[in-house]
Design a binder for this molecule. Structure first.
Ligand SMILES: Cc1cc2nc3c(=O)[nH]c(=O)nc-3n(C[C@H](O)[C@H](O)[C@H](O)COP(=O)(O)OP(=O)(O)OC[C@H]3O[C@@H](n4cnc5c(N)ncnc54)[C@H](O)[C@@H]3O)c2cc1C
Length: 344
């Protein structure tokens, strides 16, 4: 009898891993505290190797036929600087998390996986149990509280498929979604606790009054129900080999959202975990061997991009450095292409 794999967390990493294991006939149960469909704080842009992981798992072309749209161009804005619209070196895929997580959950169940949604796992993470529960909350990092906000809106015109707006307290990404909506998602930092976020989220996402972002969103018709927020974000890079548990996705480490690569890392880490876990389930590897193989492969794949992303995140929160980087990106395409390639 093959060993059952239990996956704690039915987000992107957990469901993708569950699908890959079911494709190999491994018995899998996914525990998910939330329910589907639901909105998640996310820029909703899949950029980088995650699309190739989805293709290898034979999910990409079917997902593209669901409500997705490609992103081919990007533009960057700060208060006084606008980098000309650039072609993305590799097309990205825009998809609402409301659609994506639900689509993956259905696919997992279609393949015979057992999904326990609306139930929180409270047990240990021993043999056969994978931690895919997303970010590990941390109240503050170096005295700063990092939090994310997202909402969909209609009536927002963009210059490019993706826009990144740098504001004094963080950055806000805008991307077109299938069906004419635009996703507006920001990462912000604050030294003090932020009161009334549930009422004031439009002010945070809307940027300073004299910014391009502000004028972009002046006529926005917000989809109130799509608003969500997340706090306690930790962007300190972690190595997989430091964990004693088997981890995938944000539970392993979180890459700064400015890269638009977190979903990719969830898909990629899930893909790396499939084969060792299938061998464990068949009895060809011990749990410790499977866990170590996954951790080594994840570190090999992610360490360099995490280093670059951490540097980029730091630079973007230094107003002068951020302005200088944008000036360089205005004059040359080379710089932005290097940063794009190194952070994925
Ligand atoms: C502001 C912001 C913007 C972002 N923008 C982008 C972007 O544009 N592109 C991109 O690629 N990435 C982006 N990301 C990152 C991306 O959202 C994450 O990397 C991705 O969601 C990670 O997937 P995951 O499956 O690891 O975690 P999650 O999607 O968080 O899923 C984890 C799941 O585990 C469940 N769970 C947790 N604990 C338990 C438990 N004990 N029992 C049962 N269930 C449990 C949770 O309910 C959750 O559903 C952004 C993140 C933020 C904060």
């Amino acid at each position: 009898m093959p060993e059952i794999i239990t996956i704690v967390g039915g987000g992107l990493a957990g469901l993708t891993l569950g699908i890959g294991l079911r494709q190999r006939g491994v018995p899998v149960t996914v525990w998910e505290a939330g329910i589907y469909p639901r909105h998640r704080v996310c820029g909703e842009v899949i950029s980088g190797g995650g699309q190739r992981s989805l293709a290898r798992l034979e999910l990409l072309s079917r997902l593209q036929r669901a409500e997705t749209c490609p992103a081919q161009s990007v533009a960057f804005f700060a208060r006084k600087t606008q980098v000309p619209v650039r072609a993305l070196p590799e097309a990205a895929l825009c998809v609402s998390r409301y659609i994506l997580d639900d689509w993956l959950a259905h696919e997992f169940q279609r393949l015979g996986g057992e999904l326990r949604s609306g139930v929180r796992w409270t047990g240990d993470f021993g043999q056969g149990i994978v931690r895919a529960g997303g970010r590990r909350a941390q109240p503050n990092a170096n005295g700063w509280r990092l939090f994310g906000l997202k909402a969909h809106a209609r009536g927002v015109e963009l210059d490019a498929d993706l826009e990144m707006h740098f504001v004094p307290s963080g950055y806000v990404g805008l991307c077109r979604q299938a069906g004419g909506e635009v996703n507006i998602c920001g990462l912000f930092r604050s030294e003090a606790a932020v009161p009334d976020l549930a009422k004031r989220w439009r002010d945070w996402l809307g940027g300073p009054a004299d910014s391009v972002l502000h004028s972009r969103l002046a006529a926005a018709q917000w989809e109130e129900k799509s608003f969500c927020s997340v706090a306690g974000i930790c962007l300190h890079p972690q190595r997989a080999t430091q964990w004693t548990e088997c981890c995938v996705g944000d539970a392993l480490t979180m890459i700064p959202p400015v890269t638009g690569n977190g979903m990719s890392m969830a898909f990629e880490s899930a893909e790396l975990a499939i084969e060792p876990l299938a061998r464990f389930s068949r009895g060809d590897l011990t749990w410790s061997q499977a866990q170590q193989e996954i951790a080594r492969d994840c570190d090999r794949q992610f360490t360099r991009r995490l280093r670059w992303a951490t540097w980029l995140q730091w630079a973007l929160f230094q107003p002068r450095v951020c302005a200088a980087l944008l000036r360089v990106a205005t004059r040359t395409e080379w710089f932005w292409r290097v940063v794009f390639e190194r952070t994925r």
